[in-house]
Design a protein around this ligand. Structure first.
Ligand code: PLP
Length: 781
């Protein structure tokens, strides 16, 4: 196109393609080296990759950002403007998917030969549209204008079977060989996206599979006039990569979900085995990391490939499988632990079900000494409590040489709860690898203002070695530094205020505390606790309007799983309460509550650098790690949080005086829960809580439908499983302490500086180094 007719979108595509050519040179070089040097490689299997936009990432890591900015400016084009047009690759729900994206970036930055494997969903997570606080889900058509980052590789397509039957063939030597004859075949077509490491260090591949029918059209049916039926088979096959399923949810889209899991696991294993010709030594050349249980079928599939297709004996195949695979557990919530009905597995994956039974048999056979029925039930791959179901976590555990938790607390709880008995049989198998975030995206790109100050004070070395951030602590009392940081934060807050006005239609005061809770909406994350405290604060301000209240803007965002009604109701409560506050003149300049729609990576990149206060208030024992908590603390927000997930380690690293911890601990929660009346008792103890709940329950924020929140509030007295009531008073007191701290800006900023200075350890480069050393057994400098 000629420049005179080019749209901003054309400029975006052109800019990406210009830089893409350079990336491809590096990419081919990395692939060639890995091949020639027979390096061991990592394969990261994940049903989710929450990548966000790629342009800034690639330009920045290649070091061409300023060159491109100047080149575009000379043509009259604003780089920031076109960057904002890039669609957000939202192929994930939340933390788990974002972790996979941060890991891919860190592996490339550390020069590790690594491949990510997942699904190329036509539609990633839904776009959240709010109408009067009611969430509507709209398909996110992120590929509508094409995707200049991906390369289709039809030459590497691979068939994936489903259903059918297993034939037993007796060989001449009497051995029995199993041949699976699938009833249905789907073609997996790979699309490759380059992952550029920091300073262009290495370019790795993210390979996402798209599902195709082997035959696009039933021509006979079409010619008979059945134009719809002629493509029915195609629609069924292609449904596999149509949409990302919301996984933070209880029972969802059963069969299709299992088809997705097998589809990408099988295609990925076969693809990687092609790269390593000696299957008996696969573990010497390949480390396969399973991100949660979604790819746990890899255990059965790898056994099938080795035993049935490569003719390797069971014992050796089991050693190769276990030494190749490792598994990351992300949740202990019982409703989120994946199981599949045996009946469905037998129908969809008959050979895999046989293999799972055999693995279970071997595992139970090897038990030594007398074992109780309870113990055998607890370590079995088959759960018999409500129908017979395959426990995917157990399958992944048995088939892996290492199983990791994602924070110290979560790992301890794993050892004590779900995997207690399995762990006693396999001591040393469970290890901890606390999550991390890539500082390139979450500090350097998201917060250039803060980054410039850090470079100025600590030197450009901090861009390569986050360990140097610790040097900031020496400057914590420096008023000039404090003033520069405050000014940088103020600019970020003004930019966010502009965005809030655009997207939520309301003006917020950038000089107020920006108090932020952004993450998936879930009861255990306790957005409700935050809202009840907001209601209580509203009442307190009304009762004493002339007191000197610390101005606060509460900012919330997050998606609720489509069928999670309570989570949707919590979003609606945020909207209704926000409106009630907005309409009350006595709240002006004191309190504000805004809910921003459609939380995603790009929105997080705008919110994180503008936060003063980070809400990490999950019920202790329930948040496996959290990574949002790390993004905020790195950017200098103070944390108010419970002793949960990685908050525990953040406290150790930034120092207990620089973080506000409140509420019950995980063991205390366990004890309190056994008292069926704990919610009612907590409400009776706290007049402030009782009053705020009464406001919400009686229609005080929903005059148009007085009973809207009755059941939600009543649930807190009857069965407050998430300890909202029990933790309320402690949370309230902690918040008031922060109000007082805000009045002493020097003290506030000393704490803020200590946070940024103490967060180096939470770089995903550190996490990946630990995986490489302890799990993948690969050299990394
Ligand atoms: C970091 C991130 C998350 C994870 O947030 P938590 O607070 O750890 O739950 C979820 N979604 C997006 C878009 C993120 O960037």
């Amino acid at each position: 196109k000629d420049a005179t007719v080019a749209t901003p979108y054309d400029w975006l595509t052109a800019s990406i393609e210009v830089v893409r050519d350079r990336i491809i040179d590096q990419w081919i070089k990395a692939t060639k080296e890995a091949y020639e040097e027979k390096e061991k490689r990592v394969y990261y299997l994940s049903l989710e990759f929450l990548i966000g936009r790629l342009m800034r990432d690639a330009f920045s890591n290649l070091g061409v950002m300023e060159t491109m900015r100047a080149a575009l400016a000379s043509l009259g084009v604003d780089l920031d403007l076109i960057a904002g047009l890039e669609p957000d690759a939202a192929l994930g729900n939340g933390g788990l998917g974002r972790l996979a994206a941060c890991f891919m970036e860190s592996m490339a930055s550390l020069g590790l030969p690594a491949h990510g494997y997942g699904i190329r969903y036509d539609y990633g997570i839904f776009r959240q549209v709010l109408a009067e606080g009611v969430q509507h889900e709209v398909p996110e058509d992120w590929l509508a204008f094409g995707n200049p980052w991906e390369f289709e590789r039809p030459d590497l397509s691979c068939p994936v079977g489903f259903g059918g039957h297993v034939e037993e063939v007796t060989e001449e030597d009497g051995a029995v060989r199993h041949v699976w004859h699938p009833a249905e075949t789907v073609t997996a077509v790979p699309y490759d996206t380059p992952v550029v490491g920091w300073r262009g260090r290495r370019v790795n591949t993210l390979r996402l599979w798209s599902a195709r029918a082997p035959s696009p059209l039933d021509l006979d049916a079409f010619n008979r006039g059945d134009h719809v039926g002629a493509t029915a088979g195609r629609a069924r096959a292609e449904a596999i990569s149509r949409v990302l399923y919301p996984s933070d949810e209880s029972p969802a889209g059963r069969e299709l979900r299992l088809r997705q899991e097998y589809f990408f696991t099988s295609a990925s294993l076969r693809d990687l085995m092609r790269r390593h010709p000696d299957p008996g030594k696969l573990h010497e050349h390949a480390a396969v990391q399973l991100n949660d249980t979604h790819p746990a079928l890899a255990v059965a599939e790898l056994m099938r490939l080795l035993v049935d297709e490569k003719g390797i004996g069971w014992e050796q195949a089991w050693t190769v499988t276990r030494e190749t695979l490792s598994y990351t557990n992300h949740t202990l919530l019982p409703e989120a632990l994946e199981t599949w009905p045996v009946e469905l597995m037998e129908r969809l994956l008959p050979r895999h079900m046989q293999i799972i039974y055999l693995i279970n048999w071997h595992s139970l056979q090897s038990l030594e000494g007398p074992r109780t029925e309870d113990f055998i039930r607890s370590v079995s791959l088959i759960d018999e409590t409500s129908g017979r179901r395959v426990r995917m976590g157990h399958l992944a555990f048995l088939g892996s040489h290492k199983v990791n938790g994602v924070s110290a607390l979560h790992t301890d709880l794993m050892r004590e709860t779900v995997f207690r008995d399995l762990a006693s049989l396999h001591p040393g198998r469970i290890v901890n690898k606390t999550n991390g975030i890539t500082f390139r995206r979450w500090l350097q790109q998201a917060n250039p203002g803060l980054t410039a100050i850090l470079v100025d004070v600590l030197g450009p070395g901090i861009l390569d070695d986050p360990g140097l951030l610790a040097g900031l602590a020496a400057h914590e009392g420096d008023p000039a530094l404090r003033e520069r940081l405050r000014a940088a934060r103020a600019r970020n807050k003004i930019a966010l205020a502009r965005l809030i006005e655009e997207r939520a239609g309301t003006r917020v005061d950038p000089s107020a505390i920006f108090d932020v809770q952004v993450k998936r909406i879930h009861e255990y994350k306790r957005q409700l606790l935050n809202l009840v405290e907001t209601a209580a604060l509203y009442e307190a301000i009304r009762a004493e309007p002339h007191r000197n209240w610390t101005p606060r803007v509460k900012i919330m965002a997050g998606k609720a799983a489509p069928s999670y009604h309570k989570a949707k109701l919590i979003i609606r409560l945020a909207h209704d309460l926000g409106r009630r506050i907005e309409e009350d003149p006595s709240m002006r300049g004191r309190l504000k509550l805004v809910f921003l729609p459609n939380y995603n990576v790009s929105l997080a990149e705008r919110i994180v650098p503008a936060a003063d206060l980070s809400e990490q208030i999950s019920t202790a024992g329930m948040e496996a790690s959290g990574t949002g908590n790390m993004k905020f603390a790195l950017n200098g927000a103070l944390t108010i949080g419970t002793l949960d997930g990685a908050n525990v380690e953040i406290r150790e690293h930034v120092g207990p005086d620089n973080i506000t911890i409140f509420g019950l601990t995980a063991p205390e929660v366990a004890i309190r829960r056994s008292d069926p009346d704990h919610g009612r008792a907590a409400i009776a103890r706290s007049p402030r809580l009782a009053s705020a709940l009464h406001l919400i329950r009686s229609g005080g924020v929903s005059p148009d439908e007085k009973g809207r929140y009755a059941a939600l509030v009543d649930g807190l007295s009857d069965d407050d499983a998430f300890m909202v009531t029990d933790d309320f008073d402690a949370y309230w007191e902690a918040q008031r302490g922060l109000d007082a701290l805000w009045a002493d800006q020097a003290a506030w900023w000393r704490r803020s500086i200590a946070n940024t200075a103490g967060m180096a350890w939470f770089s995903s480069d550190r996490t990946i180094r630990e995986y490489a050393q302890d799990i993948w057994r690969m050299p990394v400098e």
